[in-house]
Design a protein around this ligand. Sequence first.
Ligand SMILES: Cc1cc2nc3c(=O)[nH]c(=O)nc-3n(C[C@H](O)[C@H](O)[C@H](O)COP(=O)(O)OP(=O)(O)OC[C@H]3O[C@@H](n4cnc5c(N)ncnc54)[C@H](O)[C@@H]3O)c2cc1C
Length: 380
Amino acid sequence: MDFSFSTEQLQLQTEVRSFARDVVAKTVNDRWREGRWDKDLWSEIGRRKWPGVMAPTEYGGMGATLIEHSIILEEMGKVDASLAAALNSVQQTTMAMLKFCNEKQKKKYLPRLAAGEAFALTGITETAAGSKLTDMQTVAVQDSQGWVINGVKTEVHIPEYVEACLIFAKTPNGISAFLVDASNEGFKTLRSRELVGLRSTPMAVVGLENCRVPQENLLGREGGAYEIFFNSFDVTRVGNAARCIGMAEGSLDAAISYAKERNVGDNVVTDFQGIRWQLAELVTKIDGARWLMYRAALEYIATGRSTINSAKAKLLACTTAMEAATVAFQITGSHACFADQPFARFILDAKLSEMTGGTIEILRNTIARDLLGKQTAPTP
Ligand SMILES: Cc1cc2nc3c(=O)[nH]c(=O)nc-3n(C[C@H](O)[C@H](O)[C@H](O)COP(=O)(O)OP(=O)(O)OC[C@H]3O[C@@H](n4cnc5c(N)ncnc54)[C@H](O)[C@@H]3O)c2cc1C
């Protein structure tokens, strides 16, 4: 096995690291506190084609792989978890579009997404349907001209900049996925929702009211949403793992640079063995999560799927990010308790990362099913 990066991958890592440190870091605290999406910053990122990392060059992308996506998300996650999450969201819709859209649809949306000129959303979650997709109440009904969709999606990002939406809805043979243009008169932003973490990628509720789409906007087969879901989620779970690894590193770096200088009596904080051991455990978990993540990425590149390994990578990465953020806050002492410091942001961003893209419970269920088979005992 060769775990080394190519020269191009190392260059990309350096480029994202410098951009995150020199540009993104300057405004990250303010954007997070204000819950503000920065369109100009997204355009800058788009100028580097990072939102289109896995889109082929003919659609304006970088034509790279899940390894490069992971490199970008880890470096961005170290500084700004919200922006890293936005990069992953776009990738989610992009993956579905690459595999299931026709040529005309790809040419219309993908170049603008890759260039940071537009945003894309995937609308699955509803008030009554989170982890269990089959509880979904959005329905699509077929008529002679195509499909009519009705329903409400409660957790989607920045619809004001969205052009392409991937909407999941119930159809006669299960759940199906539809491409909906945001200019469709049946697609409406109903209200914004204030997030407590990952705040600079704002969230909203959108309604689909007699939203009519042509037949060609049914992606894949009718009732085939799970194929589309896993095609995208295997990629974004690796992306989420990369983002969380970056977040864990970012919070520890901030805490260590403070604690190394903080005198307590004759010691500095990092002299205390209890603290040294916690930090040693955490960097070990970060390294473990990183290798799980690259194993999942390589498996996806080789086979086109990585459901179990990406679940393991995301589980270890996001729980480690949560633990790292908590330890970082604690060892920074009361200095961490003020709003001009990033430590509360680290904790809230990490907590939300245990929720999004598959909660830690759903990831554990996926891994346990692989290990033990389907659960047969009735659950309370
Ligand atoms: C920042 C952020 C971004 C998001 N982005 C999007 C997006 O772009 N598009 C979109 O459609 N959605 C999005 N979501 C929604 C996200 O996918 C859901 O929050 C997630 O699927 C969980 O659904 P839920 O919150 O309704 O939890 P529920 O399904 O109501 O579950 C509640 C709790 O019960 C646990 N639970 C559920 N089933 C089981 C079980 N079988 N065994 C053990 N425990 C269980 C869950 O893990 C959770 O802890 C986002 C959420 C966040 C926080």
